[in-house]
Design a protein around this ligand. Structure first.
Ligand SMILES: *[C@@H]1O[C@H](CO)[C@@H](O)[C@H](O)[C@H]1NC(C)=O
Ligand SMILES: *[C@@H]1O[C@H](CO)[C@@H](O)[C@H](O)[C@H]1NC(C)=O
Ligand SMILES: *[C@@H]1O[C@H](CO)[C@@H](O)[C@H](O)[C@H]1NC(C)=O
Ligand SMILES: *[C@@H]1O[C@H](CO)[C@@H](O)[C@H](O)[C@H]1NC(C)=O
Ligand SMILES: *[C@@H]1O[C@H](CO)[C@@H](O)[C@H](O)[C@H]1NC(C)=O
Ligand SMILES: *[C@@H]1O[C@H](CO)[C@@H](O)[C@H](O)[C@H]1NC(C)=O
Length: 511
């Protein structure tokens, strides 16, 4: 009888303590905090850390696609008609970008690295042969030279004469390979002997195969997990007109701190743009079964200075502020009138896409985005899209330009994409599953308590209906906690040991 009552009350006590401990752990999120602290510690750029090797040599393949705008009415355009372009592409390259010369500096709180990029052509993913496909587009070297000499009457007359004798016009027709990887330009070759710092060759990606943008120094994230992967210094040129515009904010786009929130702004420093841009949360997505937050640059990033005064510093000079959706980067392109935008002037003022026949901005195809796993900050999928344009207008001293209205002329856009590889995805799955199980383990206690509760009630009811339940033997429970001996708790009922439990650090404080 005594034993039976003890068992019944024992069940009650076990059930109650399971519920209390379980609910206590759930409410205080002890295990979740433990996991988060572990992530903050593990996701750092230190020798032997979980992420260091993949940071140095990212396994997911990166594909770079180039699309060109082929002018299909060159003769009409040169006498003042609206330009008509047709998009040609993609020409796809596999991009290899290992980090090299990785060295720790400043007592291991920062790490310095170079990132040479190599491009290998993939014919099966491309529309044609870049050696033979001819593109008609703006003659970028000529426009750059004309802009450079326009203030000097003598120089511009000279260049004008050369252009005529060399049959150099406002447009050029070149193969895709020449446009990308460089060709010997007749006008530049003419100028080169007198001005040796001007290269004879021109190409949008000239000398970019196998070369790096300069030395990057990154924060390792050891002192503060929020700084993981953030660019500390970059040895490149940047010459904007305000301190704020010159600031190097954010990571290089390949690594983000763990425990992302939907409300934060993510900054990314881009050497192509010579500036930092930011991205904001757009929506939840799932890639290869992995949960991710999609971050994307909002319209504000490239808004005109009227719409977003913070962008004023990116005007090359007060007179040369462009409208929304454009960024003039001539300061870091040796003064060439290069303007960056999103493809087809997506997020830009409509007047720019309306000025060219054949453009059609579509969010799905032209948006830049990053899908990041919020727990670890790992990029699951990303797509960087950017367009190179040339600002053309009438230039005094050059009769060839007299029919041109000021136009932002699109030349090419890129679609650089990366999707997590299956091996990394499987590893991340496992990590997320472990984190989820550990954070939710107190729910198991609550569940057990919830299962025992009806058992306990059932037992009580069964006992009270029996006639000889009310035993005259008083029931006494005792609970003792031996702090010194292994931190155990004993539960006795009338001297019968019901439970002896070892407590660990995390549950001990509850009692
Ligand atoms: C570009 O347009 C011209 C006509 O202006 C055409 O002959 C040429 O084949 C086009 N190039 C490609 C790669 O489609
Ligand atoms: C150039 O500008 C003039 C005057 O603003 C306009 O009449 C003409 O249609 C424009 N031409 C093109 C090709 O947009
Ligand atoms: C990287 O290190 C190698 C060997 O120490 C050196 O030859 C090379 O110039 C370095 N690269 C850069 C970009 O500094
Ligand atoms: C590196 O650590 C040493 C000793 O801990 C300290 O004296 C020195 O100032 C540190 N240097 C830097 C750059 O933090
Ligand atoms: C870039 O360089 C690599 C190795 O030097 C070479 O295999 C590849 O074909 C080059 N790519 C282009 C587009 O020239
Ligand atoms: C960019 O590349 C991705 C992956 O290769 C592809 O799915 C997407 O359609 C491409 N975007 C454009 C505009 O072609």
């Amino acid at each position: 009888m005594t034993r039976r009552s003890c068992a019944i009350y024992g069940v009650g006590i076990v059930c109650a303590s399971l519920l209390i401990i379980g609910i206590g752990l759930v409410v205080t999120q002890v295990f979740q905090t433990l996991i988060h602290n572990r992530l903050k510690k593990e996701i750092t750029l230190t020798e032997g850390s979980r992420v260091f090797e993949t940071w140095k040599n990212p396994p997911p393949p990166v594909f770079m696609q180039y699309f060109f705008f082929n002018v299909t009415n060159p003769d009409d355009f040169l006498v003042g008609a609206k330009p008509i372009v047709s998009q040609v592409g993609p020409y796809t390259y596999r991009e290899y970008r290992p980090k090299e010369n990785v060295t720790f500096v400043d007592n291991g709180t920062r790490v310095s690295a170079y990132q040479p990029k190599t491009f290998v052509f993939l014919p099966e993913r491309s529309v044609g042969d870049p050696d033979y496909d001819m593109i008609t587009t703006i003659n970028i070297p000529a426009v750059a030279v004309m802009n450079k000499v326009k203030d000097s009457f003598w120089k511009s007359s000279m260049v004008s004469i050369w252009m005529n004798s060399l049959h150099v016009g406002m447009l050029m027709t070149r193969s895709v390979n020449e446009l990308l990887w460089g060709f010997k330009d007749p006008l530049l070759s003419r100028i080169h002997p007198m001005n040796p710092e001007i290269d004879e060759y021109f190409g949008l990606m000239y000398k970019k195969n196998g070369s790096n943008d300069g030395e990057f120094v990154y924060h390792t994230g050891e002192e503060d997990f929020m700084n993981y992967g953030r660019v500390a210094t970059f040895k490149g040129e940047s010459l904007w007109t305000s301190e704020q515009s010159n600031m190097i904010n954010g990571t290089d786009g390949s690594a983000f701190h763990p425990l992302l929130s939907k409300t934060e702004r993510l900054y990314i420093f881009s050497p192509d743009l010579c500036r930092s841009i930011f991205m904001e949360f757009e929506k939840d997505v799932k890639v290869k079964g992995l949960p991710a937050y999609r971050f994307t640059p909002p319209r504000d990033v490239l808004a005109s200075k009227e719409e977003n005064p913070a962008n004023e510093g990116f005007c090359v000079s007060p007179k040369e502020c462009l409208g929304t959706g454009l960024l003039k980067v001539s300061v870091c392109r040796k003064g060439a009138p290069v303007v960056m935008s999103f493809p087809h002037f997506y997020l830009g003022d409509e007047k720019y896409s309306n000025a060219i026949e054949g453009l059609d901005p579509v969010r799905e195809h032209h948006q830049t985005y990053l899908d990041l796993n919020p727990t670890t900050g790992v990029p699951i999928r990303a797509s960087k899209r950017a367009q190179i344009n040339i600002l053309i207008n009438r230039i005094s001293g050059f009769p060839k330009t007299k029919f041109l209205n000021e136009t932002i002329f699109p030349v090419m856009f890129i679609n650089e994409t990366v999707v997590i590889d299956d091996v990394s995805a499987a590893k991340l799955h496992k990590l997320l599953l472990t984190a989820m199980l550990v954070s939710n383990s107190p729910l198991v206690l609550v569940g057990l308590g919830a299962i025992l509760l009806p058992v306990f009630i059932g037992l009580i009811m069964a006992v009270t209906t029996l006639p000889d339940v009310h035993s005259s033997v008083p029931i006494s429970f005792s609970m003792r906690r031996h702090r010194r001996i292994e931190n155990t708790v004993e539960l006795k009922c009338n001297g019968i040991l019901l439970l002896k439990e070892r407590m660990d650090q995390n549950t001990a404080w509850l009692l």
